[in-house]
Write a protein that binds this ligand. Sequence first.
Ligand code: HEM
Length: 424
Amino acid sequence: MLETAIVSGLLYQAALIAGSVLVLLELRLLLVTGRFTTSITHLLSSPFQETPVDEQPILAWVEDQRATIDFSFFDIPRPPLQKRLELRARANRRLHLAFGIANSLTTALPETHKSFMKEASRVINAGDNMRWVELYDLAELHLGRDAESAENLLHLADCTQRLCLTIVLFDNFKVDPRDTPPEVSSFIASEINKQWLRSKGDEMTQESSDLNQALRGLGLRGEDGCPMAPQRVLGLIMPQYETLWRVVLLTFVTAYHRQARPENVERVRTVPQCLGNTEQEAEAVKLAKEGLRLYPSNKRIYRALMTSVCLPFSADVEACHRHERIWGPDALEFRPERFDRLSKLQVRAYFPYSLGQHRCPAYAGFGNRMITMLVVAMSRVFSEKDWMVWFDDDSLDKCSRKTLPTGRDDMGRWLLRRRTGAGR
Ligand code: HEM
């Protein structure tokens, strides 16, 4: 028995060493053939190491991050679509396994990508600016009910997740929250969150049958009248819901509680009527632009290296958006007015919607409108006058200048607390 265990242990070790040697050889080959040109700076931006930006000319470092995102770093100067999709799909494999989704972010097939892009642009370009008024009214109604049903406390993350999910489900599939019990969206939101966390811990996480069943229960049908598979529903809502809830929550807390200024209320006075009209909404959407600067939905954008094992590889969006040498000494302060005029370096260093050939289709206005609309609805229902944010963490509760943590789990304990004397 013991001998067998030792032998299999040794074999396992040998396999690991052989695997590592193979990967090193592959990396070396890429270097020698010049296919792996700026390897060192890019490996520094892998999730395993902090990027020592201060040691590098800042613009060169920003350009390195951009090159990772737009694939120009990889072996061929302009990789074809199939190759680009492969590089991204490898990095997003765990999403495919955990949710069963096959969309542009997880597929390596050009056909699947193209048909998903069509579906996404149908969602993004639907309706006129009355759409924003309708969505805003629904958001206020939903939040008003939450405020009404809460005694004096509300879980902020739970409340924001349900809000974002409710709006996305209505906007995409006309799931009306007035006809759907609130527990349903609550369950779906929390199951997506759990599934996401599971997939981070375990690369091989399987789909959640509870989540799939809850989605089937919504009774959604495709254009052909057949029931929509849960994986298809998730494929469409995940790129929206997951990019929205954290930035909405953090922007709301920052702009209307921790760093509240009358200017932030005045800026959005005409929301929702102004949304959808590029000129009229210009001031209001700076709220979303600054929110996405400080709290980009994708803190890093991942690609994978083409070796026999998947090597994660990423561009540091958050660092580009927050660096003092790019944004000045007040880089960590919430100041939407900085978008009145950006320097050339700031323009290069700002890419919340990615860039190049795979820039998000929501970049041209839809994403900023959605964030602005949701944050403003929250700020009006949970105004500073009637509610306070309680972090249950002295370092945040006692110092409003401390930068908010942004991890998925960091917000689990944050509460909205009704001020004494505020009416119900
Ligand atoms: C706050 C809103 C949003 C943000 C911040 C955001 C961010 C991003 C980012 C960073 C990427 C690029 C990922 C990469 O390069 O690998 C991306 C891609 C994508 N997003 Fe979004 N997104 C948002 C909303 C949406 C919405 C509403 C939709 C549509 C239904 C959408 C659909 C997509 C699609 C289809 C891609 C893949 C594009 C391609 O490969 O060419 N996103 N998004």
